[in-house]
Design a protein around this ligand. Structure first.
Ligand code: HSE
Length: 401
């Protein structure tokens, strides 16, 4: 029997116990031995819970129990999750986590510690919830040089943008409704400002490159400036607006960014709506592949954690190589990257805008008091200089594909 401990009996932690108990027979068969949840660590008591008797409040009980070989860290945040994970790995206990913040902050040292102690630090659930993306990057796609990843990695913002588009509704109203339905957090900053997607693309780019991409170095812009009218323009252009998290090899180097983009109807991410996530990966041999599904939620995320538990069970005493070194990956300034921009300026600036952005194409939806256009392909730096020279910019959205 393989004994497992779950750290944190919140949404994901209770989901992990539920997944293991619901699919116990098949999980045990696939793991090669029976998987048993021996402990659940939480500060709270859970009177009446079917697993009440497994709840402990002292991490040392788990750490010092030689029967525990796998730990699921579903606490979230940096501390005490980091200390607990490190201590476990140093004792040769594998750790499976859904904690993107911890993975983005300390991935390389936790992976190295696991390697040095013949165990594993696995984090399938940290990006894209239940969508398999870490294992494909670390296993199935290892023959590839990954040169681009483009993802819709945040369900909350994708839900908000989809609703704004479909219902012609304002950002504030949709956010309020999403909070009432429990789709958006009471404090939505991490989602709507793009910070959550930023940590996730930091993890994916680090795995793609095998070096550490610091999330602090990734240009990040959220969706709070997107207006209902922007969707009317997008529809006229046969496009949609999505919060994209991306990293790409270019002739100027490797860059990563998070920002709202207009994407055309033919783009594989165009139809990814509501709370769904998708990751579109380009490799130099395979070409394009896409991974799609539920990027959040109790059972999808827990299922990914348990898939890691099974992987750990199959590799007890053995480390599964993970290519993510501590060396920092140098990122190219996005100012050098090139694209089309969709721009709205005050009507009074039409002449100046047409001169500064010569060759731009007007987008007319008969909106009062403004002039909208799509620029030619240019660098971000060139765009910033031109737009600063004319003033009166109402909004600008980058364009992909
Ligand atoms: N807040 C995240 C989202 C949860 O909306 O996608 C999953 O990381």
């Amino acid at each position: 029997m393989i004994h497992v401990a779950v750290l944190g009996y919140g949404t994901v932690g209770s989901g992990v116990v539920e997944v293991i108990e619901t699919n116990k027979d098949s999980i045990s068969k696939k793991a090669g031995d029976e998987i048993n949840v021996k402990y659940i660590l939480d500060l709270r008591e859970f009177p009446g819970d079917p697993y009440e008797s497994k709840v402990v409040h002292d991490f040392d009980v788990i750490l010092n129990d030689p029967e525990i070989s796998i730990i699921c860290e579903t606490m979230g945040g940096n501390e005490p999750a980091f200390t607990f994970s490190m201590k476990a790995l140093l004792k040769g206990k594998s750790v499976c986590t859904s904690n993107k913040e911890l993975v983005a902050n300390h991935g390389p040292e936790l992976i190295k510690t696991a390697r040095e102690n013949n165990c594993n630090y696995l984090f399938e659930a940290s990006v894209g919830g239940g969508i398999p993306i870490i294992r494909p990057l670390n296993s199935s796609l290892t023959a590839e040089k990954i040169d681009a990843i483009t993802g819709i990695l945040n369900g909350t913002t994708n839900y908000i943008l989809t609703k704004m588009d479909e219902d012609n509704a304002d950002f504030d109203d949709v956010l309020k409704e999403a909070q009432e339905k429990g789709y958006a957090e009471r404090n939505p900053e991490a989602d709507v400002e793009g910070y959550d997607a930023c940590r996730k693309i930091a993890i994916l780019s680090s795995l793609a490159k095998g070096k550490n991409v610091k999330y602090e170095n990734i240009y990040t812009e959220g969706i709070t400036k997107i207006e209902t009218l922007d969707f009317a323009y997008a529809r006229k252009l046969k496009m949609s607006i999505k919060l994209l998290a991306m990293c790409k090899d270019t002739e100027d180097g490797f860059y990563a960014m998070v920002a709202p983009f207009m994407i055309p109807k033919g783009h594989p991410l165009y139809s990814v709506s509501g709370v769904f996530n998708a990751v579109y990966v380009h490799g130099n041999m395979l070409g394009d592949s896409m991974y799609y599904g539920r990027g959040a939620g109790k059972l999808p995320t827990a299922s990914a954690v348990v898939s890691d538990v099974i992987d750990c069970a199959r590799h007890l005493g053995k480390n599964i190589l993970c290519f993510w070194d501590a060396e920092d990956m140098k990122l190219t300034d996005i100012a050098r990257t090139k694209k089309h921009f969709f721009v709205r300026v005050a009507e009074a600036e039409k002449a100046k805008a047409s001169e500064a952005f010569a060759g731009a194409e007007e987008v007319d939806i008969q909106a009062k008091g403004e002039f909208a256009f799509v620029t030619k392909v240019m660098t971000e730096k060139e765009f910033d200089e031109k737009i600063a020279s004319i003033g009166g910019c109402i909004n600008r959205i980058r364009m992909e594909g």
